[in-house]
Design a protein around this ligand. Sequence first.
Ligand SMILES: C[S@@+](CC[C@H](N)C(=O)[O-])C[C@H]1O[C@@H](n2cnc3c(N)ncnc32)[C@H](O)[C@@H]1O
Length: 199
Amino acid sequence: MAEVTVGLLAQAEMMPHLCSRAELRHLWTCAMRAPALPMVECGVYLGSSAVVLADVAYRKQVPLVLIDNFSYVNEEYGPTSAELLRANLIRAGVPQLPRIVEGDSRVAPADLEEVGFLHIDTDHRAVHLHAELDAWLPHMAAGSVIALHDYCENSPEMIPAIDQRLGADPAWECLGRVRWTICFQRVPSPMATGFARKG
Ligand SMILES: C[S@@+](CC[C@H](N)C(=O)[O-])C[C@H]1O[C@@H](n2cnc3c(N)ncnc32)[C@H](O)[C@@H]1O
């Protein structure tokens, strides 16, 4: 099984980063388990986690779409913009420049149909997460993976909201939590196997 390289993690950490190294590794490993379909990140900021996802997208030769409304101003690192993000990705040497969408993560771009991997790292309110999942779940393919950041006590609405929408849904299997990042994989529907089931 392939493993994320220390060099890639170091590249992601060159820019202000809000995910720990262990979380970036978990993100990469879970993204690698997803089917070879377009990947999406909602909440990109200056691009640290996007650098890790860009590596997976390149290996799978699938598009990576980065969505941010660039509203966030970090107390320590300041604001961001599509221009700063693009410059950071180029500086980090991503092998294929992802598509940057300046927009709302609660709206899936009209031309995106099936999605293989989704990372949500935006707002910490349950109402916002529910709206994002309403928009994105219909696009998630069988075997697709969703990673969510802020599954932590510091964001008290996130744990119950994620538990309710994905943790309690038998259609989603938890792939594990590392610090604040939790990942789920969509279990293929039993109907898709072609086997009849009792009950
Ligand atoms: C914590 S930062 C993302 C950090 C990034 N994933 C990383 O690891 O470096 C959250 C981002 O979500 C964006 N955001 C918040 N609400 C959003 C919304 N409704 N639509 C799009 N982006 C949003 C903010 O602008 C901010 O850049």
